[in-house]
Design a protein around this ligand. Sequence first.
Ligand code: DGJ
Length: 748
Amino acid sequence: MRNIYFDEGSSCFCIETRNTSYRIGITDGLYVGHLFYGAKIPDTDLSYKTAYAPPMDPIKQARDLCVFMDCFRFEYPGWGTGDSREGALCARYKDGTTRVNLLYKGYAISSSKAPVPGLPATYAAEGEVETLRIDLEDPDTKLAVSLYYSAFTECDVIARRAEVKNNGSEEVELERVLSAVLDMPARDMHGRPFELLTFHGTWAREFTREIRPIGHGTTGVAAICGKSGNRAQNFLGLVSPGITQDCGEVYGLQLLYSGNFSSKVEKSPNEEIRVSMGIHPEGFLWKLAPGEVFYSPEAVMTYSENGLGTMSRNFHDLYRAHLIRGKYKDIERPILINNWEATYFDFDTDKLLSIARQAKECGIEMLVVDDGWFGVRNDDNTSLGDWVVNEKKLPGGLSRLGAELKAMGMKFGIWVEPEMVSPDSDLFRAHPDWAISIPGREPARSRNQLVLDISRKDVRDYLIDALSAVLGSTEIAYVKWDMNRHLSDLYSAQLPSSRQGELLHRFALGIYDLQERLLTSFPDLLLENCSSGGARFDPGMLYYSPQIWTSDDTDAYERIRIQEGAATLYPLSALGAHVSICPNHVTGRTVPFMTRGHVALAGTFGYELDITKLSDEEHDMIRRQVKLFHRFHELIRTGDYYRMDAFRDTGFYDCYGVASKDKSEMLLTMIHVMNQPCAPNRTIHIRGLDPKKYYRIEVVSDSSEKEEKKDETICRAYGATLEKAGLTLPCRYGDFQSLLYHITEIKK
Ligand code: DGJ
C-alpha cells in the first residue's frame, strides 16, 4: 500500500504512517496549506477544511488578500506577504525588497529517501520509505523552495526539510530558512489547550523537563551559542494538559542539527498556533547565487494520542534504525574505563597500565585515556591543537601504550577536542588566523581556549591529518570527541565581509565534514561525542556517533533525573553513563556502589574512577555489574523503553523498564531514591508486557564469577494483571537503594 499519494479530485496530499495521518491541500491551485496532522483518519479529501479555515477566497476577493494570508494554515510561509506570523523563509533581494510569495508549482513522489548534502539525515533502504516533494516558487523573483516529507511508517515519524533554490538571475540573501512549520489548532482533540514541553539545562544539569502553558505571542527554546548546547534540547513537544506516559496527545518535533536552533510556538488571536523549527535566524545570513541551493537541516516529527511513552519509543526506533550508523549500530559496545575522574591530568603510562590491569581483571574491556596525553598539557591552559603525544608522560608514545594494552587483551580509546586551540600551542603560534576571533580585538576565552575556524577547508585538512596520525599510530578502537566552549567573537579570516553571516552554519557543516571524513578513513571506530558533558547532545551528532556523553554529573542520584529526561528523546543505547567514585566529584554525594551500576546500565555502561584504589569488595561488585551488563545489554540496547514512574513525580522512587520487542521479557529497574517512613504506596503498573502472556517476576541476583546466586522468584502473573493490579514494590531501608526485576514469559 502506498503511504504517500496525491488525491487529484481534492488536490490533497496524503501521508500515512502506521498510526498517524498528515494532509496537505492546495487552495486555488496556488497556496499550499496544512490541513491535518494527527491520529489516523480514513478520508483523503479534507478540502472542506480549506473552504472553512480562511475567511475568504483569495482569488475572488483580492482586496482582502492580506486577511487570507494572515489566517491561512501554510505548510511553508514566506515572509512579507501579509501573514503577520513568523515566516519560514525570509530573503532580501538585490533591490532591497523582502517579500517571499511561495506558490504551488508541482510535486513528485518517490519510493526512496536521498541523503541531504553535507548534513546528517535519517536514511532508509530503497523502497522502505516514500518521499513527497512539493515545489513552490515565487513567480516574481523565482526564488524556489522544495519541501520534502518522508514517511517512516513503522516508527510513526515524518521527516521534513526544505531546499531553497535561486532560480532567479540575481544573488539573494537568505535571512531565515526554517526546516518545518506546523500551523494547527491551539487545542487538542478534547478541547484542552496544548502545553509546551521542553528540556533545558546547564553544565552538569542537562535535560531538565519543563511543561508550560502556551500564551498568546511567541514562546520556545533556542540555542545561539554556535552549538546545540545544554541550555535547551532542539526538541519541542505540544502536549495535552496533564500528559502522562500513556494518556494525552503529544506532537514531538526534533531538529537534526548541532548548531544554533530555534524551536518556537506562536499563538495567534484566532487561537491557532504556528510551530516552527530550524536554524536560528540570529546571526544567520546566507548568500545564494543564481542556480545555488541551500539545504535546511532535517526535522523529524511524531504524533501520539497515547501519551509521551509512545513518542519516546517512536524516536528511539527511528534513531536506532534510521539515523545511527556504523559498526556499533547493532552490536554490543565495549565496557570502558575512562581515566578522567581517576587522574585528571596527572597520569603516566605506568598509572594507566595499572588501571587497565585491574580493570581487565574485573572484566572491563577498554581503557580510555582522557584529556592530557598530548602537547605539554598538564592542566587545561595549553596545547589544544598540538595532537602529538607527550612522551614525558607516555614514553614510547601511544604505540607503546597501545601495544601493552593489546597484549593485556584491552582495547584502547582516546580523548580529543579537535575544534579547539589553546593560545599557548604551536598550532596557534603558527596559525593565529585559524582561530575564530575578530582581528585587533581581544577574544573572550573559555577554559582559556579559542575555537578553530572549521568552516575553513585548510583547517579541517590539518585536523584530519593530525587525527589520522594519532589513530594510525596504534590500534585505537574508540574516540571521545569533546567540545568545551561555545562560540563568540564571530569572524572568519577566510570569508568576505558580506558572508560573515554564514560562519555559524558553515561551522556546523565543518563538524559534520570532519566526523564523516574521519569515519570514512576509520570505519570501525566507535565515536562518542561529548561537549562539557551533554552540551551537544542532539540527533545530528547521533548520525556520526552512536553514543554521546550525557553529563559530567556522574552522581547516580542526579543521573536518575538526567537520564529520565534524555531517554524521553533518545534510546538508552545512546546515553553515555559511567559508574564513578563517591563522594561524587561534582555533588559530594555518596550512593551505594550497586545502585551506581544499576543506573549506568540504563546507558552505554562503563567506569570512571581509579579502580586501583578500590577495595576487594568493590572489585567484586564491578565483576557482578559486568556480569549484569553482559546478561542484559542486548535487551537494553534493542528493547522498548517504558517509564513507569519518575522520581521527579513521586519524590521517593523511580521506575522504568525495557521490554523485548516480542514482549517475552522485560528488565525493570526500581530505585528507591529517598526513603520515607510509614511506607507510602508504591504500586507499579507495569506497561509494555503482553496482557495475554504469562510471566515470572524474579529479583535479579548480583552474582559474580566467584559466587553464584540464584534469582529469587517473587510472583507469576499475566501481563494484564501486572499492568492493571500492578506490582507493589518492597520497602527498603536507607536512601538510593535499587533493585532489578527480570520478567520473563513462561508457559502456564
Ligand atoms: C569535559 C568532558 O565532559 C569530561 O568528561 C572530560 O573529558 C573533560 N572535558 C576533559 O577536559
